[in-house]
Design a binder for this molecule. Sequence first.
Ligand code: GSH
Length: 280
Amino acid sequence: MAKNNTITFYDLQLASGCTISPFVWATKYALKHKGFDLDIVPGGFTGIMERTGGKTERLPAIQDDGEWVLDSWLIAEYLDEKYPDRPTLIGDPSVKVLTQAMEAWLWKTAISPWMTCYIKSYRDRSLPQDHEYVTESRERMFGNTMENIIVGREDRLPLVPPQLELMRTTLRNNKWFGGDSPNYADYRLLAVFLFLASVADTPALTEDDPLRDWIDRGFDLYGGLGRHEGMSPIFGLKLREGDPEPFIKDPAKMGGGLASRNTGPQSTQEETAHLRGTKK
Ligand SMILES: N[C@@H](CCC(=O)N[C@@H](CS)C(=O)NCC(=O)O)C(=O)O
């Protein structure tokens, strides 16, 4: 049982002290959701084994009254199991399955291209003692130099926002992915945008992106947990001629039956008239 309501949290930070990893961000939110105070063990990419006494090479990790728990998903499950009387993170097993599906999609759609745009600032913002490791490990991962990886990013950045319509459609009809209040699904997905804000040296989303409402509400949670001074604005992407529309502006193009509820002919007659060609 957490002593003094406090759980030891092994952070993965940039030089500014801001958390970088999406896994670590999601865990920070999960602990706050459960109402815990965090005893933060600071640090970056190098020295994780030393900081954790040889327990892990990867973060996040927590220690709850001496008990170690590793891995962001296992930590969330542990918290729900150990503290069932506190607000639920996952609840029904389908939340985990669907969130993992959504997250896999979002990583492929957004984190992958963003990594190729922000890898250099990711390294430049890391702790000085991490620079060499981050440079070498990430250049090995990409098979290219940091400087080369980011070439052409102004052409790639505008291609990402139009791909995020799935999230916009969902949030048009729901306040949170958790429904009326946020749950672990929100934290896993918000973590991608928190990661973005921790490394973005130029904005990735347009000022008027409808995702902004959910992102801002998410960053503001728990006393502004996602508002660290080391983070950068993610809205303000300037589009150039020929760039694709960043999001669907006409709700009529969103595929009626999916998002609307059939409450009788009244609710469908306009669409029916359109289908039958009898619309006046
Ligand atoms: N499955 C693990 C993944 C953890 C993980 O890969 N963490 C990365 C941070 S993004 C890490 O610790 N990297 C250390 C390194 O790059 O050396 C989880 O969900 O916690």
